[in-house]
Design a protein around this ligand. Structure first.
Ligand code: NPG
Length: 369
């Protein structure tokens, strides 16, 4: 148990190397919340995966800020001595907001592990020190540009290419990539842009030998995903639909997917992510580590998770250079074999570089007991 003395919240902004377009919008900068918790024993860092707008989920930066400031942080201070494991109970009266909760769960866990000198990967039971990396490419303006980008990333060594799709930009570009690279591990991510009425699109995609089709339908449509999964040979993967271990259990029971994208920041933090990993592993369902364009802080957290035994598919754990001209931490570099080292230091094993942190900070607020 430890006492949280203060929580420093920052809104930070980092330019992206290129705009990232999904079926729900285009980002040119990464803006996110970063929490630095100071406990009686150590400092810990947590990154919130919410975005500037509530497009991917209902949560967004300004909302997460208020939820943390007015509800989650006061609950921690009122509780007195806390542990990362116990925060689920402390946060019980606040419904939902898994991204805001993850920020603090991860930060308190980071502080606990730093105090003990234990790495997050070790704590989670990681069985490898390098993980296989894929890359997620945004919707391109032309198929030619997309093919260039795919070629560039394959040359760098990425082991799986994920293409964002939306109605009107799906079968043609994906087919072109498959023709150019017959043997590449290729997947698509629709970010919930389709309905069951898009049968023609799905049956064409089903012929392209994709590793998976990610989140084709609305995030609440578990039953409809199950209907679609029964129609397709290709595995469906759920992302936005899975917000907790209970949700993952429901999806598996219903047959809504055969693969799960685990983003710890989407499900309330690494402890809930571990529960999802455990239940998928017990069910023989492969999982992989998703990404939300995290800075080095969130990336370090994701890499530790991705080193757990059930993570059998390459994740969206790309190199810092794929996202930012300059990261917030020392950059994460991918080797030419498509693998990236998992941090080994205490906690998440990295910290923001002080000068970078100051340069990227838009706003700071210190919350105290
Ligand atoms: O490599 O971190 C990454 C990006 C992976 O495609 C990716 N993320 O829907 O999974 C997603 C998508 C995303 C990114 C969604 C940012 C919302 C915000």
């Amino acid at each position: 148990m430890t006492r949280v003395r203060a929580i420093e919240l920052r809104l930070i902004e980092l330019p992206l190397v290129r705009p990232f377009r999904t079926s729900f919008g285009t980002s040119t900068v990464k803006t996110c919340l970063l929490a630095r918790v100071e406990t009686s024993d150590a400092i810990g860092w947590g990154e919130c995966v919410a975005d500037a707008e509530p497009g991917f989920s209902e949560e967004w930066n300004e909302g997460a800020w208020v939820v943390i400031r007015d509800f989650l942080a006061p609950a921690i201070f009122r509780a007195g001595d806390v542990s990362a494991e116990g925060l689920e109970h402390v946060f019980g009266p606040v419904r939902g907001h898994p991204m805001a909760k993850a920020t603090l769960v991860d930060a308190v866990l980071d502080a606990e592990l730093r105090a003990k000198g234990e790495s997050l990967a070790g704590f989670l039971g990681a069985d490898r020190d390098r993980v296989a990396c894929g890359v997620s490419l945004g919707i391109a303006s032309t198929t030619e540009q997309l093919l260039d980008q795919v070629g560039e990333h394959l040359d760098e060594g990425y082991l799986r290419i994920k293409l964002k799709i939306e109605p009107g930009s799906d079968v043609v570009p994906v087919h072109a990539v498959r023709e150019a690279h017959p043997d590449v591990a290729l997947s698509v991510d629709a970010n919930a842009a389709y309905t069951l009425a898009d049968d023609a699109v799905f049956s064409s995609l089903d012929d392209i030998r994709l590793v998976m089709i990610e989140q084709p339908l609305h995030h609440e449509d578990l039953i409809q995903h199950a209907v679609l999964q029964r129609r397709l040979r290709t595995d469906l993967c759920l992302d936005e639909s899975i917000r907790s271990a209970a949700g993952a259990a429901a999806a598996l029971e219903l047959g809504s997917c055969r693969v799960v994208n685990i983003k710890q920041g989407r499900v309330g933090g690494v402890l809930e992510a571990r529960r999802i990993h455990d239940l998928c592993r017990a069910a023989g369902v492969p999982v992989w580590c998703g990404g939300m364009l995290e800075t080095g802080v969130g990336r370090a957290t994701n890499l530790a998770l991705a080193a757990m035994p059930g993570f059998t598919l390459p994740g969206d754990t790309s190199a810092s250079s794929r996202y930012f001209p300059e990261d917030l931490t020392e950059p994460f570099v991918m080797a030419h074999d498509g693998s990236m080292g998992v941090p080994t230091g205490p906690g998440i094993g990295v910290e923001p570089l002080p000068e970078r942190l100051e340069a990227c900070t838009i706003r700071t607020e210190i919350l105290g007991a």
